[in-house]
Design a protein around this ligand. Structure first.
Ligand SMILES: Cc1cc2nc3c(=O)[nH]c(=O)nc-3n(C[C@H](O)[C@H](O)[C@H](O)COP(=O)(O)OP(=O)(O)OC[C@H]3O[C@@H](n4cnc5c(N)ncnc54)[C@H](O)[C@@H]3O)c2cc1C
Length: 416
């Protein structure tokens, strides 16, 4: 029997942040992962630590805006190493994001920032201080102190410090002992591929945290809980890549009324090329499109949104990914992070990567009421145990194949 007072299932940003928080609170948690850490949403995320403005464009002070408004400051302290968890080894892609649109955006943004009391107030950029791609943009361009991080380096940072608590497992080679719906008395996992006698771990946690993203629905069913408490919202994301001389790094949103028409974040691939991830409305619209239709749509969108961008020579690819969240009555985006407690099972969804620190604190507070801390340090059996450990997933552009040329009609022409 291994000593673990809390078992966390799923090693995305939610599970790893919670693991780190519980260790700092003196608990003895372990984390079970089915695949690579962050597979699914975290590794696909654009990494923007939103401060709420994006959610305030409709002019109402929604809970989304109010809940996330502290996040840029909280993350900035973690990234600077002045607040736990110390994330000073996480790659900061950008300190700020841009916001641009034609018309009277500048005055409207100022009004919104003041009215909502947002910590992140957009500053208008003079034409001389804008990135070259937006130098000739006819409307105002604003800059917000919303940091953009590399989610892969975040996963690596958190995983590195708790490696001995991470276990790769196969859910089909696990058996739960239940006393009622959501009331877990034990969990037995077998080694993922070793059938030798004794290649198993018996755990008797006081609490179980389901942090498996899209996997939470099935896990909840296994624990006798309703799977309808969760929802998925699909996205069809786009990636554009090119040499750094043609495709400069850019971070920001082009807004259109209350919608984010396109959100662009940038990174470098393993060959030093710039890769843009394109989200926002374009990824929502892409859900109903084939890959080739979306590629053509994006070429047209980019030509309108960034007319100075030379598309010839750039390559494009797409990937589908579901956002996994707590269910809402209309199926729309939940306002904030979610924690549901049934028996000694906690089902969690951060809703946004940015909200993982608050979610981890909420989980820790709830666990404090459920769990009697195990005495002493980590049990010897856990420290020395010989077991496969999960690796961190790679970003979507490293696994994508069959890139297409980016030019209006190019995808269709290539198919013909
Ligand atoms: C395309 C996209 C862009 C985004 N951009 C941003 C952004 O810029 N800023 C922001 O704040 N948020 C963003 N988000 C939202 C953010 O990514 C998610 O809210 C967050 O990553 C969810 O983390 P998670 O740990 O709950 O889930 P996941 O990251 O999905 O992790 C779940 C983990 O559980 C594992 N798992 C699954 N089933 C099981 C099982 N049965 N047993 C054990 N392990 C299991 C998976 O392998 C995975 O490692 C974005 C989301 C998407 C999809």
């Amino acid at each position: 029997m291994a000593t673990a007072d809390v078992v966390i299932i799923g090693g995305g940003v939610a599970g790893l942040f919670t693991l780190d928080q519980l260790v700092r609170d003196g608990h003895q948690p372990v984390l079970l992962e089915v695949s690579r850490l962050g597979s699914g949403q975290t590794v696909s995320a654009q990494g923007i630590i939103h401060g709420g403005l994006k959610y305030s464009l409709s002019g109402t002070s929604s809970a989304s805006a109010l809940g996330v408004k502290q996040m840029p400051a909280v993350w900035s302290e973690c990234l600077a190493g002045t607040r736990e968890p110390d994330l000073s080894d996480v790659t900061l892609r950008s300190r700020s994001c841009l916001l641009w649109r034609g018309g009277s955006l500048g005055s409207r943004l100022g009004y919104l920032g003041a009215r909502l009391g947002l910590e992140v107030t957009p500053r208008r950029l003079e034409p001389g201080n804008r990135p070259p791609l937006l130098a000739d943009h006819p409307g105002p361009v604003a800059e917000m102190d919303e940091p953009v991080i590399d989610p892969v380096s975040l996963l690596e940072s958190l995983a590195r410090r708790h490696r001995q608590r991470l276990f790769l497992y196969d859910p089909d080679r696990a058996s739960w002992q239940l006393e009622g719906p959501g009331s877990v008395s034990g969990l037995c996992i077998w080694h993922p591929w070793d059938n030798l006698p004794g290649s198993m771990l018996q755990l008797a946690p006081s609490a179980v945290v389901l942090a498996a993203g899209a996997g939470n629905a099935r896990l909840r069913q296994q624990l006798g809980l309703s799977a309808t408490a969760t929802q998925k919202r699909p996205l069809h994301m786009v990636m554009v890549r090119g040499e750094a001389s043609q495709l400069p790094e850019l971070f920001g949103h082009q807004v259109d009324g209350a919608h984010t028409r396109i959100t662009i974040t940038s990174d470098r691939d393993s060959k030093g090329r710039t890769v843009w991830q394109l989200g926002g409305q374009v990824a929502e619209d892409g859900v109903g499109m084939s890959r080739r239709e979306l590629v053509d749509h994006v070429a047209k969108e980019l030509a309108e949104v960034l007319p100075g961008l030379e598309l010839d020579g750039l390559e494009v690819n797409t990937y589908r990914v579901d956002r996994a969240e707590a269910a809402t009555p209309g199926g729309g985006r939940p306002e904030t992070q979610s924690l549901q407690i049934e028996g000694n099972t906690l089902t969690v969804f951060p809703t946004k990567l940015a909200l993982a620190p608050v979610l981890a604190l909420e989980v820790a507070a709830a666990i404090g009421d459920l769990v009697v801390r195990a005495p002493g340090g980590m049990s010897r059996s856990l420290e020395t145990i010989d077991w496969p450990r999960p690796e961190v997933a790679c970003p979507p552009w490293e696994s994508a194949t069959d890139w297409l040329p980016l030019a209006p009609g190019a995808a269709v022409r290539k198919a013909a």
